[in-house]
Design a protein around this ligand. Structure first.
Ligand SMILES: Nc1ncnc2c1ncn2[C@@H]1O[C@H](COP(=O)(O)OP(=O)(O)O)[C@@H](O)[C@H]1O
Ligand SMILES: [Mg+2]
Length: 374
């Protein structure tokens, strides 16, 4: 398997008295695609800047290939960065943009030509050298920015929300493209995004952060299927999060009823957070339901309906292809593997109720608009 390439130990970053990174511990393997994921302000860019050498941790250490590199300046690290604002030189053609780093290193002309063309081929822009920056689309310009970084043959590429300025369709295409490039070049990518779907699509490993702390590290499947706490469950996909207790292993109690589940290892009667994903809930006739509730909202989403159902004042989101009108009494059934049981955390009670369903979608829209303006 891959060997460890980068390690951060107990990294703290403080501005005045504000703790921006709180004893971060993280290692990154060679050739891994690792994504730092979290809401704006959680410390993703700061973490990337520490790895790139643009910022020194207030305390803690950074290791590269086993050597402590706290004091190594950025240009001596085998690391290159691609920013969201890709800042290509508009007075130079594509070739010279990509060649820039090699010219500074005074590489021979022949080698420059060969390496630039190789890099352009890798990002799927073969023969584009003579074109001007203006003649390329946003997605193509971002690919030039990536070519400009990989032409220097870094061992690690740091990417800070590189697709943030692109529209949704282009962003999806570029996600697939970037993953391919990473596999072809065979280098480590450390990627920053606040977009959970992007993180799940591209990464080998996802690091979920909030408020300067790592909440969970795992594969996309781990993070989605086994979220560690209510923050992760809410941030990754949609989750109903309900208060429950564990009377015994493989039994969870909520709404005064017992349900079979697959989880165990809790103290008898321990209070827990119960995660139920909207797609894991079956709608059944009332008399067959494990619980019964009332439909309060229905939204057609193309592939399915988003249905909000009131269960004794707590509102769940259910995603289903079966239509139920507003006001209908329905029953629901959840298979044992549809439950995921989490320990209580400081995030308990903060997420997972869909009473504010419509306003949540408004917030999402505002978020997207803000991105477009950047
Ligand atoms: N130079 C700085 N001075 C003071 N505070 C900063 C500075 N840079 C970042 N911060 C703060 O550190 C926190 C984390 O920032 P950042 O790493 O950029 O988050 P992210 O990339 O996850 O959005 C934010 O609260 C931000 O306001
Ligand atoms: Mg940032």
């Amino acid at each position: 398997m891959s060997k460890e390439l980068i390690r951060l130990t107990d990294c703290v970053v403080k501005y005045d008295d504000e703790v921006v990174l709180d004893r971060l511990n993280l290692y990154i393997n060679d050739k891994e695609f690792l994504t730092l994921l979290g809401p704006s302000g959680c410390g993703k860019t700061t973490t990337l800047r520490i790895i790139g050498g643009f910022q020194k941790p207030t305390s803690g250490d950074v290791f590269f290939d086993g050597k402590r590199i706290n004091d190594l300046p950025p240009h001596k690290r085998k690391v290159n960065t691609v920013f969201q604002k890709y800042a290509l030189f508009t007075h130079m053609n594509i070739f010279e943009n990509v060649a820039f780093g090699l010219r500074i290193q005074k590489r021979p002309e022949k080698e420059i030509e060969q390496r630039v063309e190789e890099a352009l081929e890798l990002v799927n822009l073969p023969g584009y050298g003579k074109r001007s920056v203006d003649s390329l689309s946003g997605g193509q310009q971002q690919r030039v920015a990536i070519a400009r970084a990989i032409v220097n043959r870094p061992q690690v590429l740091l990417l800070d929300e590189p697709l943030g300025a692109l529209d949704l369709k282009l962003r999806k295409d570029m996600q697939v493209e970037l993953k391919k490039i990473q596999q072809q070049v065979g280098i480590t990518f450390i990627y920053v995004t606040h977009d959970q779907e992007e993180a799940l699509t591209m990464s080998d490993t996802v690091v979920v952060m909030d408020k300067g702390n790592i909440q969970q590290i795992g594969t996309p499947q781990d993070i989605y299927n086994e979220p560690k706490n209510a923050f992760v469950a809410d941030f990754i996909g949609e989750s109903n999060i309900i208060d429950g207790t564990m009377p015994e292993d493989r039994v969870v109690r909520m709404y005064g009823k017992k349900f079979a589940c697959l989880d165990g290892g809790f103290a008898p009667g321990e209070a827990v957070d119960v995660v139920i994903r909207p797609e894991d809930i079956d709608i059944v006739p009332v008399e067959q339901g494990q619980l019964t509730g009332t439909v309060t909202e229905v939204t057609f989403k193309g592939m399915h309906y988003d249905i909000i159902v009131d269960f004794q004042g707590f509102k769940w989101l259910i995603q289903t292809t079966d239509y139920s009108p507003v006001g209908a009494r329905i029953g629901v059934k959840i298979d044992p593997d549809g439950f995921h049981i989490m320990k209580k955390s400081r995030y308990s009670g903060m997420f997972g109720d869909y009473s504010s369903y419509s306003s949540e979608y408004d917030e999402l829209n505002e978020d997207t608009e803000a991105d477009d303006e950047e």
